[in-house]
Design a protein around this ligand. Structure first.
Ligand SMILES: [Zn+2]
Length: 328
């Protein structure tokens, strides 16, 4: 896989498509460092790092209308050209079935109390995942899905579908026992706002699952910044920024699964929203890592050693584990 040559780009965002972000969605800070001017598809988008908290995001960011045009006209062909693989709806659904089975077995089933009746799947795609849980646990499932073809596929499975952006979804006074936000959080325009709304929609003893692409893991693995960036993600999340988002929205993490495909999988219970203190030290460390990747990539080298600070963090973690294992 390699970035697409500039003159072969099948899509471009116009200046009118792009909106300045203004304040950081996580910490409210306004000091950002631009770290990249294009993504892996050679689309001219600017990615910045918030100096206050280390959140990485697009700024300016495509508007909701621009994203609709992007998904309608360009997204699938771009992905197909980049990966060299045809996108196949049957293959996609098979992948979603495997995803649902693993999610259920590893993270959800052990934590259900048996009294659950309702499920909300935000960004439900074709409804495969919602259908899995609805059937297995007898749940009444509601899907939120803005893409017309995918919403229609979910409806054909007999699921209730709200065909809209999550920002426009209004369930009234209903509360849900299980809420899923699968492979969607990085695509949202307002991560903090959506998490706060999900907190409202979740029953007091409900279960919330969310997974995010771990930008730091992708960056280290691909060892090329532009390869880790793609304009369909307005946000690039890390363990540190996800933890802050979840705590601020009022979620207690009861399980974290770090998967080999660079996902951070969180299972959460409802708690009180907490004030958060952003860590400029993390922002600085992430900046150093990004520069390290850029510099070593430029030189055509992929160092075998760990990135800056990694050894120090590893020593600290080992010391913590040893302390914990000393406890009776
Ligand atoms: Zn910030």
């Amino acid at each position: 896989m390699s970035p697409m040559p500039r003159d072969e780009r099948p899509f471009a965002f116009d200046d009118d498509d792009l909106e300045p972000v203004g304040a950081c969605n996580l910490c409210g800070g306004r000091r950002f460092t631009a770290v990249s001017r294009s993504d892996r598809y050679a689309l001219e988008v600017t990615t910045v790092l918030c100096e206050g908290c280390g959140l990485v995001f697009l700024d300016p960011r495509p508007s909701a209308a621009a994203y609709r045009r992007f998904y309608r006209d360009a997204y699938r062909p771009l992905v197909e050209r980049y990966t060299g693989r045809r996108s196949d709806p049957a293959g996609l659904e098979a992948d979603q079935r495997t995803y649902a089975r693993k999610l259920d077995r590893r993270l959800i089933r052990p934590r259900l109390h048996g009294g659950e009746r309702t499920l909300l799947d935000v960004g439900a795609s074709t409804g495969v995942v919602a259908e899995h849980f609805a059937r297995r646990y007898g749940l009444r499932a509601t899907c939120v899905e803005p893409a017309p073809a995918e919403a229609a596929a979910a409806r054909r499975r007999g699921l209730e579908v709200a065909e809209c952006q999550v920002e426009d979804f209004d369930p009234g006074p209903r509360r849900f026992d299980v809420v899923l936000l699968c492979q969607t959080v990085d695509h949202l325009l307002d991560v903090g706002g959506v998490l706060a709304r999900i907190h409202d929609w979740l029953a007091d003893d409900g279960l919330f699952f969310v997974d995010a692409v771990d930008f730091r893991a992708v960056l280290r693995s691909l060892h090329r910044l532009s390869a880790a960036l793609h304009a369909d993600h307005p946000y690039y999340l890390t363990r540190e920024t996800m933890d802050l988002y979840l705590r601020r929205a009022g979620f207690e993490v009861v399980a974290l699964n770090v998967s080999t495909v660079f996902h951070l999988d969180y299972v959460c219970r409802k708690a009180a929203p907490q004030p958060i203190a952003a860590d400029p030290g993390f922002a600085r460390a992430l900046y150093d890592e990004i520069r390290w990747v850029q510099a070593t990539h430029q030189l055509g080298t992929k160092p075998s050693g760990p990135p800056p600070g990694a050894l120090r963090r590893l020593r600290r973690r080992l010391a913590g584990l040893l302390r914990r294992s000393d406890r009776p």
